[in-house]
Design a protein around this ligand. Sequence first.
Ligand code: ADP
Ligand code: MG
Length: 369
Amino acid sequence: MSSVILRNVNKSYGNLPIVKNLNLEVKDGEFVVLVGPSGCGKSTTLRMVAGLEDITQGEIQIGSRAINDLPPHKRNIAMVFQNYALYPHMSVRENIVFGLKKSGADAETIKEKLADVSEMLKLDDYLDRKPADLSGGQRQRVAMGRALARDADVYLFDEPLSNLDAKLRHHMRTEIARIQHQYNMTAIYVTHDQIEAMTLGDRVVVMRDGIVEQVGTPMEIYLQPTNTFVATFIGSPAMNLIEAKIEGEDLVFDNYRLPAAKIANVDLQDLKSHDTVLVGIRPDFFEDSALSSPSDNLFEFNDIQVELVENLGFDKEIMFKLGGEDAKARLDLRSHVKRQENISMSVDLNRVLLFDTSPQGMLLNTGEV
Ligand SMILES: Nc1ncnc2c1ncn2[C@@H]1O[C@H](COP(=O)(O)OP(=O)(O)O)[C@@H](O)[C@H]1O
Ligand SMILES: [Mg+2]
């Protein structure tokens, strides 16, 4: 295994910049996930590491080697694509060992690896089948097996689960996590799915328009998103952002006055230099006041009219208005709230985030758990 370093990496097509000055260090044995909306440059970044795209500017290093000028087959990388790209005329067995054979592994190693991988991915019963005789999920496991059978320095995954149905996606996600830990693989994994990013990544890189918006552990990204883009992209349903006026030390919207002094880590002097801010509250951070244990730091939103309730089993999502905007809260099953009724909900002010109203929407405080 090896570390991967991207230093001031740029990619343009013609004079259209696609990846802009990307810096990232993936440590040996680390699982890093690139996440962002479709078209933000995730695949392009991965393909530059793999050597499938040249680098317009900057440097990529694997271990201590600069690899800019190395052809793909000399980089010792294994890659899994979204469309499995299996050899249709070869059996599952032949597909899995193809790369190993090509790299000159001896018969004993090939046998061991095949047994290892097919057991791990539960492919034992399918080794003699052709890809056409497999389900989508089985094909994806073969593609995964082919990559994992190789003794690569770095494993690259480009949305490998996005063609699978929800249940299989969940299963494979767990498998990948298990295998990565077991083999201590260095991996870069690309997805537009924030749940995959949060569950798989040791660290998550949030990208937008070819730029890295934030790099952090899943919890850092969730609890301390650097700006409103990251705050609303990660987490589902998305964080509520409510515009509030600053009056003295209070944040004011509707009939509510939130005392800024009780919100975690707010610089009150700095806050007063703004006329308005965005108050960020995750749907999960609301509680039905009838069920919450009293605490000094709870702020109560009284008499909120519930527009809609969606029962999700353990959770229910409720929709209402806050600061004139559509807002959502996720309450647990003990809440008996019904649509068109009024409810009081409380929020721990330690978990409230504030953002400025600039186009970037920069974070002004750091929440506490
Ligand atoms: N060969 C190419 N020529 C021109 N533009 C490209 C090419 N490949 C990708 N792009 C553009 O680069 C941007 C980033 O693409 P990509 O890296 O595939 O995004 P993502 O994987 O995040 O969805 C997109 O706007 C895409 O249209
Ligand atoms: Mg892509």
